[in-house]
Design a binder for this molecule. Structure first.
Ligand code: GLC
Length: 566
């Protein structure tokens, strides 16, 4: 796509995964085909034409494997089979071919760091069966004293004492997610085989879950007790991590033309460079978190603080600038299955629902990085009004709420309601609102998690019929990204590094120059961008009658404009 002698944001060759728009599917909440209340793979197949119409190129599907679902599939019991509630391997094969028929590729989430405690390796390891003793991190010792002070990402200690083996095992997440011991060459071989199994099926790549925490230091030293997630400095980018990631690439991934994106915990651009491209460990890109941590207080994820536009602008710009002309390609996302809904978090889900949902979509689809759109954000889905503990499903949120009750910082749900409504991962996991019918058209049965009452107003059926909907705007912007190579490969220049509300940037590739101006506020914002030159046409705007005088731009609440420049 891109001429070889032009200055671009990356110095590597053009590649399909750089040009792709990725759409994340969380299958249990996508579409239920059989009325059991749980989304499934045939349900995704039923919506293949919808995905095609949307115009996306790649689907990232969160774990579809057999699992007890203590952490919604990130606790895998069998890497080579599909969860019964989702269907079976024939359904999976059918999905792959239906997507490929529509030129849509499929990448799978692969959890390398941990399994379920119900995986046969853990069951054997717990009983110290021959050859399996060292598949996990086991430490013997006082049953009342964990081996160190590390905490789990879901709160509480990262170690659980196992009465069968009479030893502690490590779990950086839920106690039903024991960490695999990657020091053991047998574990590495097993995981390489799993990755190869799926590549041989013809999938198009992987999103590697929390990939950079796979290496733990010998002796498990205590972490900084004041850190948000205690122990992170020891297990993120740990001592042998490049051997493990590079080894996976050399042994397996390098033989396939696939997309690989690693989810980096606490990752920096500097670390990302070491994981990516031919000069690094071979991954294509990493998923990073700086811009989504802007509303964390000292206590981390559950400690909510106000944020400024300048923080998200700086965080995302830093990644572009530091990865520019390196072997590491960039990613951009605003929402995932782990975050609140983007229009509720970064926009205004009430008065400026359309305007802010489309402004956020404009950033996502014009930014210099492969964009990842989370299911439902293309119709502007909103956070759920949680009102009781019984409605909640997520292991992280329920654990935090239990802890608040145990520690007496909460006496009734109302004491935690605001935090849960803002922060719970369940906000992203309520079913896709296909229509205004019962259960939002997601299922004929009882949904596994409540459907958002907003489905009556915000749903696909309504938006599909309207040209002034969030959905139509996303379709147009995806098409624009496909048509304008400057949006993929063009150099990024930040034009407003100190404006309190406006984020404007230029993307240029050879003679092509585009300007993106975004107003991140529920009021009109004025800005002078005359230094950027003359507008020749308007490529996108979420309001009627946008002006083109760059010297006196008045951007209406959450207005987004994309201009072509002379
Ligand atoms: C990743 C997943 C998240 C999961 C965690 C543990 O962050 O995105 O959903 O809970 O890893 O596997």
């Amino acid at each position: 796509m891109c001429p070889a002698d032009t200055e671009t944001i990356g110095n590597g060759e053009p590649a399909w995964w750089k040009e792709a728009v990725v759409y994340e599917i969380y299958p249990q909440s996508f579409n239920d085909s059989d009325g059991d209340g749980i989304g499934d793979i045939p349900g995704v197949i039923e919506k293949a034409d919808y995905l095609d119409e949307l115009g996306i190129d790649v689907i990232w599907m969160t774990p579809p494997y057999d699992s007890p679902h203590a952490d919604n599939g990130y606790d895998i019991r069998n890497y080579r089979s599909i969860l019964d509630a989702f269907g079976d391997m024939d359904d999976f094969d059918r999905l792959l071919s239906e997507l490929h028929d529509r030129d849509i590729r499929l990448i799978l989430d692969m959890v390398l760091n941990h399994t379920s405690d119900e995986h046969e390796w853990f069951r054997k390891s717990r009983r110290e069966e021959d050859g399996y003793e060292d598949y996990y991190h086991w430490v013997e010792g006082d049953p009342d004293q964990p081996p160190n002070n590390w905490t789990s990402g879901f709160g509480g200690p990262a170690w659980t004492y196992d009465d069968t083996r009479e030893a502690w095992y490590l779990h950086l997440f839920h106690e039903k997610q024991p960490d695999l011991n990657w020091r053991n060459p047998e574990v590495r071989r097993e995981m390489h085989d799993v990755v190869e199994f799926w590549l041989e099926k013809g999938i198009d790549g992987f999103r590697f879950d929390v990939f950079n925490v796979m290496s733990k230091p010998e002796g498990y030293p205590d972490g900084d007790p004041d850190g948000g997630w205690i122990g992170m400095e020891h297990f993120s980018d740990g001592p042998r991590i490049h051997e493990y990631v590079g080894g996976l690439y050399d042994d397996v991934l390098s033989a396939y033309d696939v997309m690989t994106v690693g989810e980096g915990m606490d990752i920096t651009p500097r670390a990302a460079k070491r994981y990516c491209g031919p000069s690094g460990d071979g991954l294509n890109m990493v998923y990073h978190y700086d811009h989504t941590m802007l509303d964390y207080g000292d206590g981390g994820w559950w400690d909510i603080v106000d944020w400024e536009v300048s923080e998200i602008r700086e965080a995302l710009t830093k990644w572009v600038q530091q990865l520019e002309v390196t072997d590491a390609w960039n990613t951009v996302y605003l929402g995932t299955h782990d975050t609140p809904r983007i229009v509720s978090r970064f926009g205004n889900d009430d008065r400026y629902h359309y305007e802010s949902a489309t402004m956020l979509g404009t950033l996502l689809l014009t930014f210099p990085a492969t964009p990842f759109c989370f299911q439902g954000d293309e119709i502007g889905m909103t956070n759920y009004p949680w009102s009781s503990r019984e409605e909640m499903r997520d292991a992280d949120a329920t654990n935090r709420v239990e802890l608040a009750f145990e520690e007496d910082s909460a006496e009734e749900f109302a004491d935690v309601a605001d935090v849960v409504r803002y922060r719970s991962r369940d906000n992203a996991r309520t079913p896709i609102q296909w229509s205004g019918d019962a259960a939002g058209g997601f299922t004929d049965g009882e949904p596994w998690i409540p459907v958002n009452p907003a489905s009556e107003e915000i749903n696909v059926a309504d938006q599909r019929d309207r040209t002034d909907s969030v959905l139509s705007y996303y379709q147009d912007l995806i098409e624009l990204r496909h048509n304008e190579e400057a949006l993929v490969y063009g150099v990024y220049d930040l034009l407003t590094d100190d404006h309190p509300r406006v984020w404007a940037f230029e993307r240029s590739l050879g003679d092509e120059r585009l300007l993106v101006a975004l107003n991140w506020a529920g009021r009109t914002s004025r800005v002078d961008l005359s230094d950027a030159g003359e507008v020749t046409s308007i490529l996108a705007c979420n309001y009627d009658d946008p002006g083109t005088d760059l010297g006196a731009l008045a951007l209406r609440p959450y207005e987004a404009r994309v201009f072509r420049l002379a």
